[in-house]
Design a protein around this ligand. Structure first.
Ligand SMILES: Nc1nc2c([nH]c(=O)n2[C@H]2C[C@H](O)[C@@H](COP(=O)(O)OP(=O)(O)OP(=O)(O)O)O2)c(=O)[nH]1
Ligand SMILES: [Mg+2]
Length: 142
């Protein structure tokens, strides 16, 4: 069974992105993530994203654009991550579920530990906001 997940890459005016850390005891626990959660029955992706960002951070997404979709099999669980950039939002994000939270510059994303499925997100965000991969630049002469 596939778990459909709405994921938001929240960007501030300084082009930093918002990360939260998953609790230790849950799937992929202890790792950093982009806020979001499961799409519930009958919800659209946009509704699910807005609900999750409200529940986890107390913000309302205002300007959203699709980034990518990732299908990933963890062995114990198959996820479909539907990832959207959130360029504008109403409210001030705060960690409503007590989770650690950090605003991180695009070029520093490589220093954080994410679930395996997130590698393409981290790369795409770094290229979009910073113009190069967060996981190391490739030498042109290699
Ligand atoms: N939100 C989020 N989930 C991710 C990311 N990367 C990744 O592999 N996942 C996986 C972990 C989980 O298996 C799934 C998200 O499910 P979840 O259990 O956190 O969903 P939820 O927020 O609705 O939580 P809950 O109400 O069920 O407790 O997606 C990511 O960057 N952000
Ligand atoms: Mg969640």
């Amino acid at each position: 069974m596939t778990v459909h997940v709405a994921v938001g890459v929240i960007v501030d005016a300084g082009h930093r992105v918002l990360l939260t850390r998953r609790p230790e005891h849950v799937h992929q626990g202890g790792l950093w993530e982009f806020p979001g959660g499961k799409v519930e029955a009958g919800e659209t992706l946009a509704t699910a994203l807005a609900r999750e960002l409200q529940e986890e951070l107390g913000i309302t997404p205002l300007r959203v654009s699709p980034l990518l979709e990732i299908s990933h099999d963890y062995g114990d669980k198959h996820v479909l991550l539907d990832v959207h950039m959130v360029w504008e939002f109403a409210g001030e994000p705060s960690a409503l579920e007590g989770q650690p939270m950090a605003w991180v510059a695009a070029e520093a994303l490589g220093e954080y530990d994410f679930p395996e499925a997130n590698d393409p997100i981290v790369d795409a965000v770094a290229v979009l906001l910073h113009g190069q991969s967060a996981r190391g630049a490739v030498q042109a002469n290699e």
